[in-house]
Ligand binder design. Structure first.
Ligand code: COA
Ligand code: AMP
Length: 645
């Protein structure tokens, strides 16, 4: 049974259930635990060591082992007699399409695409950038790379040419796989001009582009560089799976850091496959044959892990949804998909449910659909506000599970392990540490804090399989970003606390990262763009509260002396610059011009104080502030644009 009722929390206080037993085993017999999980998958060569600590703090899982992730995601199920089962359902309300791919069909199309990549000279270890919308070909592209041991790096479609160029320079791809356009609601967004501009701007140029022409938009091709996807696949011989080392990279996924230079999170093959496969049964409570839907985008880690790899590794049917929670056509879209495809578990970001709640507050549209197949809703990507969580719980009548994870970790750090046992839900907490995760709260000096005290959330090394072994060709940045602040621990960048019952609460980031509609963005990156404007002397970008998107970026700009151009014009220009250089996904639409920024005596901008003022929260004037008189000026500027109420 599941319950949010506080009177039913007794059982968790003792923590004697199945979760605790399993969790303890994952801590005391970690290698046995993960070796057992690994045996459920296919290996060309068994590992020599489950956990290889010979180069700590660069831990490696399953070293000496050889695998192929694509084999385990597709071919293995066909060999097990699941060839005719649906592997992927493409549901696209924006193009009025529903198409089902069985495991056999998906494997055959992936094998041919992999053959087309090989024909263009792509081999094991080469990088391939994928810039595609939510169409089945995006998943095929990822799996085709995995099949031949090439390392993919998917770039979210909402990023601009500049962001794409940065990734070209870092990953140095041999080839790019792209589609001619994405469809965002009723708009067709052309991808090819963005791609062409990115290649033009990048120092590293890919040798070729494999382009999938969608019927909504036919993009011009460049002779000698661009190749038509369908034509190349028709010519290609299907490629077999290529064995790779378990420790070889499967993909690089760039994510926001504190600067404009994104971090290339590396994922290996062996540990990733084992952790994701384990998570489907134990965290999400689904098995082979079940329909599982992650309503996210392949450009994000949720898409990598829970649209593509995990459901397929587990033999489930995954849904690839090209649409929005609202407006495609209405706030009943999610219920339609659940009932039409018999979805058992849905995973999305809280912002999607806030959008549904806003448009259909009484969940009336739910009544149009039979949702008896539906068992649980999982939320992640940002803090789940209890209001939205309770609304979803009440409307759906199933457990709503908040869980916490990051691009870096690839799968949840903290969750309600529904597949093992459903622990009572405490609103505001993503429940408890997942097996393999030793989560602690520490102060600035790295000392463990007592229960209930807020501090930095850290995880004791070694991290479980599936987590980042390093950053792409940047071990120094890996160490300085995650390992140096608290020696012996991985710093998550989140702050929070653990309560008496072992429930973890994730409260906020400790750095400049903000979460806009579940999308992770760097305010530091936006500040770099603003600073590039001719009239800007100084600037700061903070994340302010937004009822729908959770947070929105807001810019503060100090102009160079003598600038007399109208403020509105300057603001419009910086808004356009962020859209052009980072992308529409940044949702940077507001800025205000101020005479000066509040700073400490040592010159540090007081972003946290500015955020509290903007959100109308109480705050203390920091003791280190250079000039306290500036705070009322900031409040006035914020009031003028509708904040600081
Ligand atoms: N390709 C091109 N542009 C994209 C894009 C893509 N794949 N995804 C988003 N964009 C654009 C949007 O069109 C929008 O542009 P606009 O400023 O011209 O309107 C902008 O980026 C911001 O997009 P988004 O944050 O999605 O806002 P929205 O107002 O279009 O929709 C929600 C709001 C809440 C409905 C939407 O964010 C949503 O469904 N979120 C679900 C959460 C999610 O998937 N999170 C991923 C991590 S789990
Ligand atoms: P991303 O790398 O895009 O997945 O974003 C990771 C960040 O999102 C985390 O470091 C948190 O700040 C935030 N986040 C993700 N899930 C949760 C959650 N369940 N509760 C609170 N914050 C979350």
């Amino acid at each position: 049974m599941w319950a949010s009722d506080p009177t039913l929390r007794e059982d968790v206080l003792t923590m004697t259930g199945r979760y605790q037993e399993l969790y303890d085993r994952s801590m005391t017999h970690s290698e046995e635990f993960w070796a057992e999980a690994a045996q459920k998958l296919s290996w060309y060569k068994k590992w020599d060591r489950v956990l290889d600590d010979s180069n700590a703090p660069f831990y490696r899982w399953f070293s000496g082992g050889e695998v192929n992730t694509c084999f385990n995601a597709l071919d293995r199920h066909i060999e097990d007699g699941r060839g005719d089962q649906a592997a992927l359902i493409y549901d696209s309300p924006v193009t009025s399409t529903v198409e089902t791919f069985t495991y056999t069909r998906l494997r055959d199309e992936v094998a041919r695409l992999a053959g087309a990549l090989q024909a263009r000279g792509v081999t094991k270890g080469d990088r391939v950038i994928i810039y595609m919308p939510m169409i089945p070909q995006a998943a095929m592209a990822m799996l085709a790379c995995a099949r031949i041991g090439a390392i993919h790096s998917v770039v979210f479609g909402g990023f601009a040419a500049n962001e794409l160029a940065t990734r070209f320079n870092d990953a140095k791809p041999k080839l790019v796989m792209a589609a001619s356009c994405g469809v965002e609601g009723s708009r067709v967004i052309e991808y090819k001009p963005l791609l062409d501009r990115a290649i033009e701007r990048a120092d590293h140029k890919p040798e070729s582009v494999l382009l999938f022409q969608r019927s909504q938009c036919e993009a011009p091709m460049q002779d000698g560089r661009d190749y038509d996807w369908v034509v190349e696949c028709a010519k290609a011989a299907p490629a077999d799976c290529v064995p790779v080392a378990a420790t070889d990279p499967l993909y690089i996924l760039y994510t926001s850091g504190t600067t404009g230079q994104p971090k290339g999170v590396v994922r290996d093959n062996g540990g990733h496959m084992v952790a994701l496969h384990w998570s489907m049964k134990n965290i999400y409570g689904v098995e082979a044959g079940d329909v599982y839907w992650a309503a996210s985008d392949v450009g994000w880690v949720v898409g990598h892990s829970y649209i593509v790899y995990a459901p397929l590794l587990a033999g489930c049917t995954t849904i690839m949804y090209e649409g929005k929670p609202v407006g495609t056509p209405d706030a009943g879209a999610f219920w339609r998909v659940i009932s039409q495809h018999q979805v058992k578990v849905l995973f999305t970001a809280p912002t999607a449910f806030r959008a549904i709640k806003r448009d259909d507050p009484n969940a009336k549209l739910m009544g149009d659909y039979d949702l008896s197949c539906f068992e649980a809703l999982y939320l992640a990507g940002e803090r789940s506000d209890p209001d939205t969580l309770q609304w979803a719980e009440k409307s759906l009548g199933v457990p709503v599970i908040d869980h916490w994870w990051q691009t870096e970790t690839g799968w949840p750090i903290c969750a309600n392990p529904r597949g093992v046992e459903l622990l009572p839900i405490k609103y505001g907490s993503p429940t408890v540490a997942v097996c393999g995760w030793d989560v602690q709260v520490v102060d600035e000096g790295g000392n463990c804090l007592e229960r209930g005290k807020i501090g930095a959330l850290v995880a004791k090394l070694p991290l479980p399989p599936g987590t980042l072994p390093t950053l792409w060709q940047n071990e120094d940045r890996f160490k300085s970003s995650y390992l140096e602040e608290f020696p012996g621990y991985y710093a998550t960048g989140d702050a929070g606390f653990i309560d008496e019952d072992g429930y973890i609460y994730v409260m906020s980031r400790t750095d400049d990262i903000i979460n806009v509609a579940g999308h992770r963005l760097s305010t530091g990156g936006m500040e770099e763009v603003l600073s590039g404007h001719q009239d800007v002397a100084e600037c700061a970008v903070i994340g302010v509260h937004d009822d729908l998107k959770g947070q929105l970026p807001l810019g503060f700009v100090v102009l160079k002396s003598g600038v007399t151009r109208p403020h509105d014009t300057i603001i419009a220009e910086i808004v356009a610059m962020v859209r052009d250089q980072i992308g529409p996904v940044a949702a940077f639409k507001q800025a205000t011009i101020v005479d000066r920024l509040p700073k400490t005596r040592s010159g540090k901008i007081l972003r946290k104080t500015m955020r509290s003022i903007a959100d109308g929260e109480s705050y203390n004037t920091p003791a280190t502030i250079d000039d306290p008189a500036i705070l009322p000026e900031i409040a006035d500027a914020l009031k003028e644009i509708g904040y600081a109420k």
